[in-house]
Write a protein that binds this ligand. Structure first.
Ligand SMILES: [Zn+2]
Length: 358
């Protein structure tokens, strides 16, 4: 919530009054670091909402989750939930790192300013949108733990916040997700229908809206992958004319180049397993992290699979840092929401471990 500040007060005062870590107030009010509030200044108080009851003004601490991502989570639902979280937890930052083919913003969220840079992303593939639901549910839990002081499975969230910068791109492929969930936009109907073998059922669609598989777009054995895959735009497995020719994949490459993450997790479905090798270029700590993820989730740790040109492949090759492709759940994509609780229970351990393992 945002309230009128008391003249002469400081963030230290609000930190004590609302029982909130000072650093969260600082990051919620970036212009106000150490100074004293003047008349007519406003101050943002994270984790509180102002319920107006008659003439009484009663700030209430937000205890419960404020979003419910266990729904058919298209881009507009995601956007709405991001705004709800930003309002309640203004120390989180939002950035647009690029635009999809249909000009939807590719949104990055950042939590914390710590030295260890961790990156997660979801929905590289359209029909794997349930990955975005899981990420957003954990994000809400993490934010709420910070302002309420609750622990995350016995881990102090403030310690995570102070030691890490968490970068999240919850939906890399918003056009693909919307196609799977809502069907083709009218102006694209004929073309997409054609690419989809004249079927009106788009639930199997993995690619972006131009029929390029975004996770087969990265310059890491791209040519070899392309020879194995399909040679023209398609619902899945087409690597594109050339590496990074699509706006979604090039935005992700730019983000990684600019940010130099220490650990990267790309969430996909399905298989209850994860991959962490690339041609022996992965650093030694990848194996230790893989063991920790397997223990935390029960998922199968798999070093190499016979598939290249993915985001994590390129990332390992280029930066020699640990990168993981994590396949949530089991079944036929898109996985049904009835699997959500089970998926979340398993992946919770991976989310948390990724924030404390380095
Ligand atoms: Zn995938």
């Amino acid at each position: 919530m945002e309230i009128r500040a008391k003249e002469g007060s400081s963030l230290r005062y609000y930190s004590q009054f609302y029982n909130l870590p000072h650093i969260l107030l600082q990051h919620s009010n970036p212009g106000q670091m150490a100074s004293i509030f003047k008349k007519d200044d406003y101050v943002r108080i994270p984790g509180y909402t102002d319920a107006i009851d008659g003439s009484n003004f009663d700030p209430i601490r937000i205890e419960e989750p404020i979003i419910n991502p266990k729904i058919r989570y298209d881009f507009s639902a995601l956007k709405k939930d991001i705004e709800i979280l930003l309002k309640a937890y203004p120390f989180m930052e939002k950035r647009i790192i690029g635009k999809s083919v249909l000009k939807k913003p590719i949104i990055e969220l950042r939590i914390g300013h710590g030295p260890k840079k961790i990156h997660w992303n979801g929905s590289f593939h359209g029909n794997e949108w349930i990955t975005t639901c899981a990420i957003m549910k954990f994000l809400n839990e993490y934010l709420a733990a910070l302002t309420t002081g609750r622990t995350l499975n016995k881990v102090n969230p403030l310690q995570i916040y102070e030691s890490t910068t968490l970068s999240i791109v919850p939906m890399v492929n918003p056009d693909g997700v919307d196609l799977v969930l809502n069907g083709p936009p009218p102006e694209q109907f004929e073309l997409l229908h054609e690419l989809n073998s004249k079927s009106g059922d788009f639930t199997g669609w993995k690619a972006n809206i131009r029929g390029v598989d975004l996770n087969k777009q990265f310059p890491a054995k791209w040519k070899e992958q392309k020879q194995k895959g399909v040679s023209a735009p398609s619902p899945r497995d087409y690597g594109g004319r050339e590496p990074l020719c699509e706006p979604e994949s090039s935005s992700m490459a730019r983000l990684a180049e600019d940010s130099r993450f220490d650990l990267l997790l790309a969430f996909h479905t399905q298989g209850k397993e994860f991959y962490w090798g690339y041609e022996g270029m992965e650093p030694p700590e990848s194996e230790l992290i893989a063991e920790a993820f397997a223990k935390a989730s029960g998922y199968q740790s798999v070093k190499d699979i016979d598939s290249f040109a993915g985001f994590k492949d390129w990332y390992i090759k280029k930066f020699r840092k640990p990168g993981f492709t994590i396949e949530l759940g089991k079944g036929i994509n898109p996985l049904p929401l009835s699997q959500f609780e089970e998926i979340y229970r398993d992946v919770f351990g991976i989310f948390l471990t990724s924030l404390i393992v380095l």
